[in-house]
Design a protein around this ligand. Structure first.
Ligand SMILES: Nc1ncnc2c1ncn2[C@@H]1O[C@H](COP(=O)(O)OP(=O)(O)O)[C@@H](O)[C@H]1O
Ligand SMILES: [Mg+2]
Length: 494
């Protein structure tokens, strides 16, 4: 991976085909700037380049670039927030941005090289005009979600609270134009015949947009801010999601290459938890991630990130998770991580797990471990392969080692509800046994009080692993051990 900077890793531009950039550029028009030669490449001309490793140099450069861009972005927003621009046409706004960037590049001594200077114009244009009146909201790093219910009704979430804003689009058509621009940038289409779209902004934020007739009161736009603070394993534990014993257990299971499925409802914290589980993957392993919209943030450098694609503007070019799983098997992966299994890729994933690609991790939308197994079964059928039910269940039972259920409890705290081991088949059903469960003991005001307890069962897999020399302490599984410590958190949530 070049660049190797975290900011780069989450920057869409890296993974986008050049075609899209071209499209955006031709849409935004005229981005030719006369760059005074003498101002170019001040930074990377010096001999001191030899004292930096490539990586250090590119990191320094990336952070220079980001800080320059951020400060110019906020100056630009100040400028565009002046009354005379509020009702201005797109053409006027584009010209204004262009003039601003041209002026800054000519008159200010910026620590940027030539390619960064070219990039700067495009980035600022995109960030400022690409989202129209939402730009100031997205310019505020505290805003985690932007929700446009109607062209004249825009909410944001900040510090976990929803707030109304004064931001308005001129009319529904204006909002549609912004939505179409966002979609077009990533080669997607939204119109009456396909009135819903998922896309990502340059900063990695996830966007969903809908048009009538599916939304009755007009177009909507929901932006889930990404690049916001990443919740790491420590954070989740501090928030009361799991106990020490569970953490230690998970770490062992990942190192020992168990196949793990994280299950739970929407917003239960599956993806976040999966990311935390991945923190235990050794740096020496080659990881391939497959997601519909890349959101996993991993520390490991030996990493290939893949993303599915829906139909493009021409109605072709769909690439499914299934295609990517099949392809990833040819990439000599040590780990295949599928962000969420939703369909036929379940079959390929199970087959991979059963044929030596141990240590695979994924999430599934389900309400219980049983439900997770049932859903996997249904998803395997979606692959369109004619397998008897029993064969599918056997595949599941032999492939999956553990199902970790996460849940957002009614006190708002997300917790690991249970960790179940799949032990094999009995009759025609995969058999499971709980290893850890969260036990609620009461309430303190609204907040649930409880403990995360070991059931006393030592997983079969742990016995096998110990036989193979993994020194997993049996202590972890002693009945009742592994408490949450009272309320299950030191109380950082409101
Ligand atoms: N343990 C936690 N405590 C607080 N917030 C969390 C926790 N886990 C996840 N979140 C937040 O909850 C939201 C939904 O989490 P996500 O992992 O995307 O859920 P899912 O994948 O199950 O839909 C995200 O904003 C995430 O940052
Ligand atoms: Mg998710």
């Amino acid at each position: 991976m070049n660049g190797s900077h975290q900011e780069n890793a989450s920057n869409v531009k890296v993974s986008e085909p050049p075609r899209d950039v071209g499209l955006a550029r031709s849409k935004l028009g005229r981005t030719r700037f006369n760059i005074p030669r003498e101002r170019v490449a001040v930074k990377d001309a010096g001999d001191n380049a030899f004292s930096l490793t490539n990586r250090e140099a590119s990191q320094a450069s990336a952070s220079d670039y980001l800080s320059v861009k951020t400060s110019l972005h906020s100056r630009l927003l100040d400028l565009l927030n002046q009354p005379q621009y509020l009702a201005a046409s797109d053409e006027v706004l584009e010209q204004t941005v262009e003039d601003f960037v041209g002026d800054v590049l000519e008159n200010e001594d910026l620590p940027l090289n030539e390619s960064e200077r070219t990039q700067l114009a495009d980035d600022l244009m995109e960030e400022t005009l690409g989202v129209g009146p939402l730009a100031p909201l997205l310019g505020d790093p505290a805003v985690t979600d932007v929700l446009v219910n109607r062209y004249d009704q825009v909410y944001i979430e900040r510090f976990g609270k929803l707030e109304d804003t004064d931001v308005k689009f001129r009319n529904a058509e204006h909002l549609v134009r912004i939505i179409q621009r966002i979609a077009a940038r990533v080669g997607r289409r939204i119109d009456e015949s396909s009135p819903m779209v998922d896309a990502r902004l340059t900063d990695g934020s996830r966007v969903n947009a809908t048009l009538p007739p599916v939304t009755i009161d007009g177009p909507t736009l929901s932006i889930r801010r990404f690049g916001k603070r990443r919740l790491r394993r420590e954070d989740l534990q501090r928030l009361g999601m799991f106990s020490d014993a569970v953490r230690t257990f998970m770490q062992w299971m990942v190192i020992a290459r168990s196949n793990i499925i994280v299950s739970g409802g929407t917003g239960a914290g599956k993806s976040t938890f999966l990311g935390a589980v991945c923190e235990a993957i050794p740096a020496s392993e080659r990881i391939v991630t497959i997601e519909d919209a890349a959101e996993l943030m991993l520390d490991q450098i030996h990493l290939v990130r893949m993303e599915t694609r829906p139909l493009n503007l021409e109605g072709t070019g769909r690439i499914t998770a299934r295609d990517l799983v099949v392809n990833s098997l040819r990439m000599r992966p040590d780990r295949i991580i599928v962000g969420e299994v939703r369909a036929g890729e379940a079959l390929d994933m199970l087959q991979a797990m059963n044929t030596g690609h141990d240590g695979s991790l994924t999430t599934v939308h389900a309400n219980s471990p049983r439900d997770a197994v049932a859903r996997l079964e249904t998803m395997v059928l979606m692959a369109g392969v004619d397998l008897p039910q029993r064969a599918i269940r056997e595949q599941i039972a032999s492939a999956v080692d553990f199902i970790i259920s996460v849940r957002r409890y009614d006190d708002g705290v997300r917790r690991v509800e249970s960790i179940a081991e799949i032990t094999g088949m009995e009759e025609s059903m995969p058999q499971m046994q709980d290893i850890f469960v969260f036990q609620q003991t009461g309430r303190q005001n609204r907040r649930i009080v409880g403990e995360f307890v070991a059931t006393g069962i030592v997983p079969r897999r742990v016995h096998q692993l110990r036989d193979r020399g993994f020194d997993i302490p049996l202590d972890l599984f002693r009945s009742g051990k592994g408490s949450w410590g009272g309320t299950g958190s030191r109380g950082t949530r409101t």
